[in-house]
Design a protein around this ligand. Structure first.
Ligand code: HEC
Length: 122
């Protein structure tokens, strides 16, 4: 391998390495997430993330209680997709046009710091 090829190879390696780090770790800021949660999500999902916010009783499909098993087993990506796209036929509208990527990751970090993800063992 000559020097040029070696450089190309090393650059490629670095790009692959940094991309996989970015995909695994999306370090959201818990504090910012908490503030955003209180501003946008608390009225439905509740102060303790139990789905009993002040507006929850008005809704036919109740907001998710993040403490429930079925919610806790969801990975960050599943939460991210629902936050970004919303859920059809429910009051959970899309947030993609209202929040930045950073803010979405902050919110996920906050939710998961308050109610940790539950690993499912096969
Ligand atoms: C107007 C009420 C309302 C607001 C405001 C709201 N949600 Fe929701 N959310 C819901 C409802 C309703 C569901 C769907 C419940 C279901 O499908 O059983 C839901 C579902 C979700 C889910 C899916 C959870 C799971 O386990 O599948 C996530 C994640 C979520 N909301 C996050 C947020 C975040 C973050 C915010 C603030 C940016 C927010 N929601 C604001 C009502 C709301």
């Amino acid at each position: 391998m000559n020097a040029n090829r070696l450089m190309v190879f090393l650059c490629g390696l670095m790009i692959v390495a940094s991309a996989s780090v970015a995909a695994e770790k999306r370090p959201g800021n818990v504090k910012n997430g908490q503030v955003l949660y209180q501003q946008h999500c608390l009225r439905c999902h509740g102060a303790t993330l139990d789905g009993k916010g002040p507006d929850a009783t008005k809704l036919r499909v109740r907001p998710t209680d993040f403490h429930k098993y079925l919610s806790r087993v969801k990975g960050d990506l599943e939460l991210e997709v629902t936050i970004r796209r919303g859920r059809k036929l429910t009051a959970m509208h899309e947030w993609d046009s209202l929040l930045t990527d950073e803010q979405v990751y902050d919110l996920i970090a906050y939710i998961r710091s308050a109610v940790p993800h539950l690993e499912v063992k096969p």
